[in-house]
Design a protein around this ligand. Structure first.
Ligand code: ISE
Length: 335
């Protein structure tokens, strides 16, 4: 059996996943590439034997040649595409965010619950990073006592054209929301955003950096420094304070070089490099599970819960208030 994947969206992430599936993933092939931009489609299928190009998802789905979808378009296009894929009743890996707001994410959760089986895996790849899994294990088995506080740093070198102030929350902090839910196994109950001194390097309209303060249902506190025009490189790290110890993950690893009277090493340039191994593991897990008609990672509920956090975060950004995160009750499918 083989998963014949339609990759929808041939931008930065879609193009990366096409290469990944073609070169490193077993049990799957890129059967189709869909993008409204036909030049981009042609560039993406070049060198991928058997892959067909489409400019519209319906045509790919009705071709009879695909049995899974990897959705890598911008988030605002996810809702309609997901409903089509659920109707076709085939597995989908949906890049984050599930959708950009809680109400439209809830519609997806309801549609999947009605279908009665989990078809959607959401692309929170950090859950597949080895150090993230080790920290999750430590929290779960209480090897260092109870987890008390999480400190997250999320720094990007710069932002692409059109990256709005809300996108600091919806596109970047969304990963921290999911990571905190993953680490603690709890829901986030409130979000606050503080805007302090800002860098001159941010484009117009963006206040950068921002300080996001959260709490979870048992009272674990978390803070996130989101700093997306930090220039020096890409960095995503967490420090966790436990009753009996402190754990740091995501700090630069080697090689550590001393030469010509200097010491140092390289900072990862972007998320493709920082999380390359995690993406590989994520996609392989999705493929293996999809071949058994299951999902192999975070589900639509996780997408919905983080969308609700983002919505609270954007309101907190605007008002300065501490905003409660309200969730609908979880359908049985996800419990
Ligand atoms: C981007 O969309 C990602 O998902 C990256 O993981 C994140 O670090 C970045 O801030 C986002 O813009």
């Amino acid at each position: 059996d083989i998963l014949r994947v339609a990759v929808v969206g041939a931008g930065r992430m879609g193009a990366d996943h096409i290469q990944r599936i073609h070169h490193r993933i077993s049990g799957a092939e890129v059967a189709a590439v869909v993008d409204i931009d036909s030049d981009r489609v042609n560039a993406a299928i070049e060198g991928i034997p058997g892959a067909k190009g489409y400019t519209d998802l319906d045509a790919a789905l009705s071709s009879g040649e695909v049995n899974a979808v990897l959705l890598a378009t911008p988030g605002f296009l996810h809702h309609d595409a997901l409903l089509k894929v659920l109707e076709a009743d085939i597995p989908v890996l949906c890049e984050k965010p599930l959708t950009p707001d809680a109400a439209s994410s809830w519609e997806i959760v309801e549609a999947e619950a009605k279908l009665g089986r989990k078809r959607i895996q959401v692309g929170f790849m950090r859950r597949f990073d080895a150090e993230y899994q080790q920290l999750r294990q430590l929290i779960e088995n209480q090897g260092l006592g109870e987890l008390l506080v999480l400190h997250h740093q999320h720094r990007n070198p710069n932002t692409p054209e059109g990256f709005t102030n809300e996108m600091l929350i919806n596109d970047s902090v969304v990963h921290e929301f999911d990571a905190i839910r993953f680490f603690t196994g709890e829901e986030i109950t409130s979000v606050q955003v503080r805007l302090g001194k800002a860098t001159r390097n941010a484009p117009n309209g963006q206040h950068d950096p921002q300080h996001v303060l959260l709490e979870t249902s048992s009272g674990v506190l978390a803070d996130v420094e989101i700093y997306v025009n930090a220039k020096f490189g890409y960095e995503v790290a967490t420090q966790a304070s436990f009753e009996d110890g402190i754990v740091s993950i995501g700090n630069d690893a080697g090689p550590y070089v001393r030469t010509a009277g200097q010491w140092g090493g390289k900072v990862t340039p972007g998320f493709e490099e920082r999380f390359g191994a995690a993406y590989d593991t994520e996609i392989q897990s999705w493929v293996d599970a999809a071949l058994r008609d299951e999902i192999g990672g975070p589900n639509a509920w996780d997408g919905y819960a983080t969308a609700a956090c983002c919505e609270a975060g954007v309101e907190a950004q605007r008002t300065g208030a501490k905003v409660e995160v309200k969730l609908n009750s979880k359908p049985d499918l996800y419990s």
